[in-house]
Design a protein around this ligand. Structure first.
Ligand code: BV8
Length: 234
């Protein structure tokens, strides 16, 4: 069964922390004094689009200044060497997994660099600030929003993820606090499928007790070591 058993990996903001992107819980879940749960919602965008777009413009700009870290690179290396089914599900909206070379990747909460118009449905990968910018297609303003999944919106790819969890033999959660659903429930689906479950994190997450194995430490150190072991064993 070397390198052939089905693998599902879930990543969260913690894998990008050492690249310089702040996590949600790290800043006490605050941005300019606003709780993320209060900014990353359709209601907030309807109420105060400029505030929400300022939040996302700052994060879109930050992406240009950061790079993947050894944890992202290790997961790309694991995917390239893996002969069995492999799925990397990320809650992150940054593009660091892609830039590290990951291909079998599913952004369940969307992507920061993708935008769409709430009026005409126009979608594109558009760089630059969104604040005050009319939709290139229908000129609506406000119209453009980041094409990410806000609280209360339905995550992408749930069918594909559930199918992969049902047949996986190993489920790893990396750098996620286990606070946000449905992602935080994936470990239970993997256990129900009889998979071995491992959590790689700086510290125990809210769902730590559900994992069979834990590896604590910074992702840039712990993830490459875990990948080396996986590949050496098979
Ligand atoms: C949905 C995109 C319905 C936008 C995000 C009450 C109970 C249960 C659930 C709910 C509830 N009330 C509401 C809900 C549902 C809600 C939810 O879960 N709310 C929470 C707050 C309770 N969920 C939703 O609304 C979801 N949609 O439920 O729809 C539905 C569902 C299915 C079918 C039909 C209908 C949509 C949620 C998506 C929201 N969008 N992001 C954006 O990015 O701006 S969520 C956002 O926050 C991230 O994407 C991520 O998912 C989440 C943050 O979580 P983490 O990634 O884990 O990051 P965090 O900062 O929390 O933790 C970092 C971790 O890294 C820590 O553990 C830390 O120790 C570790 N770490 C730090 N440094 C390092 C490290 N680890 C290793 N190395 C390091 N160096």
């Amino acid at each position: 069964m070397a390198r052939r058993f089905p693998l599902v990996i879930l990543t969260g903001a913690g894998i990008s922390a050492e690249s310089g992107l702040p996590t949600f819980r790290g800043a006490g879940g605050l941005w300019e004094g606003h709780r993320v749960e209060d900014v990353a919602t359709p209601e907030a965008f309807a109420r105060d689009p400029d505030l929400v777009l300022r939040f996302y413009d700052a994060r879109r700009r930050a992406l240009a200044r950061v790079a993947p870290n050894p944890a992202h690179a290790a997961l790309a290396r694991l995917e390239a060497a893996w002969e069995g089914p492999f799925l990397l599900v990320t809650q992150n909206v940054d593009d660091l997994h892609e830039r590290a070379g990951s291909k079998k990747l599913l952004h369940m909460h969307g992507e920061l660099l993708l935008v769409r118009c709430v009026r005409c449905g126009f979608r594109a990968r558009l760089p630059g600030d969104l604040s005050g910018r009319p939709c290139p297609n229908c000129r609506a303003r406000p119209g453009l929003r980041p094409d990410v999944v806000w609280f209360g919106e339905i995550p992408h790819g749930l069918e594909e993820i559930r199918a992969a969890l049902e047949r996986c033999a190993l489920f790893a959660a990396i750098g996620t606090s286990g606070e946000v659903y449905p992602a935080a429930g994936f470990v239970e689906e993997a256990r129900a499928a009889g998979a071995h479950t491992v959590e790689l994190n700086l510290e125990p997450s809210r769902t730590s007790r559900l994992f069979a194995e834990h590896r604590f430490g910074p992702a840039s150190r712990v993830v490459p070591a875990w990948v080396d072991e996986l590949l050496a064993r098979s």
